[in-house]
Each structure stands twice: as structure tokens, then as C-alpha cells.
Design a protein around this ligand. Sequence first.
Ligand code: SAM
Length: 316
Amino acid sequence: MTNKEPRIVNYQIPSEAAIFELQSCIEAMEKNAQLRKEKNFDERNAVIDFLEFQVIGRIEELLRVTAQPSKLGLLKYRAEKVKSALEEIDSNLFETLRANIRTGTYTGAEFKNLVSEYVGVNTGDREHPGEPGYDNLDLFINGLFSVQAMPEQTKDLEPEMVYYQKTPARIVFELAEEAHFSKEDVFVDIGAGLGQAAILVNLLTGIAAKGIEFEPAFCAYARDCASGLDLSKVAFIHADAREADYSEGTVFFMFTPFRGEMLREVLGMLWKESLKRKIKVITYGPCTAEVALQSWLHCATPQDDNMYKLAVFSSL
Ligand SMILES: C[S@@+](CC[C@H](N)C(=O)[O-])C[C@H]1O[C@@H](n2cnc3c(N)ncnc32)[C@H](O)[C@@H]1O
């Protein structure tokens, strides 16, 4: 078919039953006062998702083929109105929580309690163990930390470098437990991306946290995020991990920032640090297999075929 040939659209009148079903569903959400209670984050976000994909998406499908758009247009308007009202509750909630965090009173157990008032923190096994898998805790932490849109990448990655992907928030919660931090520890996220892991570790434990990131736009974003929460013990350094200074770190985290020779080179730098003081190396993702081969490290967590499990190594 050429572009000039007319496209045949199968105009239909959506069934009364389909319209009735959409209308009742929107009405139920308009009337559901529970969704407007700040604490009902999980339920509200399930409904926001449902509205977007099952209601608005369905109406748009019907609008593409209907000869009578007026009823559907009105339903779409109502569905969008409920959705944006629910989203506004979330954004006001996050603004309030950010102000609370800035007071400095929500560190450690207080921060964890604060989060668990709104969303479940399930660090258990996943349905799909072969992939990171994100859940409502990520949705919550993203909302809490992300005041800006994700920046564009400005530098090309070298072949062994791994593109940005967030560590699931539940894994960082697990890390904060499994690392058994002492208050003198300094956490370093190698390949820190937008800074979430370092910021979360600081909030969950109160210890100093640093991130090293190759992409300057990510590093600037992470700094803004930490300063927006007044976190004075969190810092982000724009550097290539092969040229970074590790002299202050005691617990190093890697969600596979790079592979191959680059990974071995950075592990060599960490090994030199381990000759000066005991360190821990915590990994997530495919880099765990290479780290497990290092004779100067002992793995404290049970070895597993699932690479998307946290592995904690201590220097000998
Ligand atoms: C899989 S992401 C991990 C992000 C972050 N650790 C988190 O959990 O949210 C890998 C990150 O490593 C960064 N990266 C890759 N090579 C790097 C290098 N040589 N030095 C510093 N950062 C690097 C990438 O830009 C990317 O942001």
C-alpha cells in the first residue's frame, strides 16, 4: 500500500455495555475517598496505573474507531481528571516528606519506619529471579528523590561500560542490613548513576556515602538530589572509576558498572586499598561472578546462580 491510498477505518459504535463499564469504573474511582488518603500509596498507585492503561488506553482505542466520539471524550476527560488528582496527592506527599527529611530527624530506623508507613519493603525472593525487577518501593523512592526529569547522557560509554540502570530500592534496603555498617564506615557506589543507592544508604544508616560517576549530567543530578534533601554526608564525584580516589572508602558497591578488563583494573585498585585496611565489596548483577574469582576476597553471603542477588565480600 502506498501512502496516498486511503486508509480504511472500520468505524464502529462502541457497545452500550463497554461505555457503561468504563463509566461505572470511573465513577467508582471518583467516589473512593480511601484513594485520597495520603497513607494509601499502594492502592492509589495501582489505580493510577489502571486508569492509564485499562481505562484511558481503552477509551483512546475506542476513539480511534468510533463514529460517535462525544460520550467517550467526556469519559476520557473524567478519567484524566481523577488520575491527575491522585498524582497530585502523591506529589504533595513527597514534598512534605522531603521537608521532613531536611529537618535531619529521619535517619536510620526513623527513615525506614517513615517509608514503611506508606509502602511495603519486601526484600524476599522475586517472581522472576533472572532480572532486577522493580516494585512499588521503587515507585515511592523515585517519587521521593526525583524532583527533576532524568538528564540526557552527554558522553558515549566505552564498550566495557554498562549503561545506567537503577539498583532496585529493596536491594539497597537489604544492603543496608547485610553490610553491618559501623558509624565510621564510608560507603562508595562505583558507577553511581543518579545517586539513589548512595543517598538511600546514607538515609538508612546515617553513614557517609559517596558516588563515583562517569557521566557528568548524572553526577550533577545526584548532587542536586542530595542537596535538595540537605544531606551533608553524601557526595558525588565526577570521575572515571579507573582514575578515582578510593582512599576513604570502606564499603564499595557495584551494580555492574563495567565488565572485562575495566572491572579487573578497578578490582586491582580496591585490592591495593585492602592492603591498608579491611574493606567490603558488595555486588549486584553479572559482575558478581568476576568478583567471586578474587582470591583476596571472601564471600560472606551464600553463593547462588542468581546474579540478581546481593553478594557481600570481605577482604582477607
Ligand atoms: C548499572 S548502573 C548503576 C547505577 C547505580 N549504582 C544505581 O544503583 O543506581 C552503572 C553506572 O556506571 C556508570 N559507569 C560506567 N562506567 C563507569 C566508569 N568507568 N566510571 C564511573 N562510572 C561508570 C554508568 O554511567 C552508569 O551510571
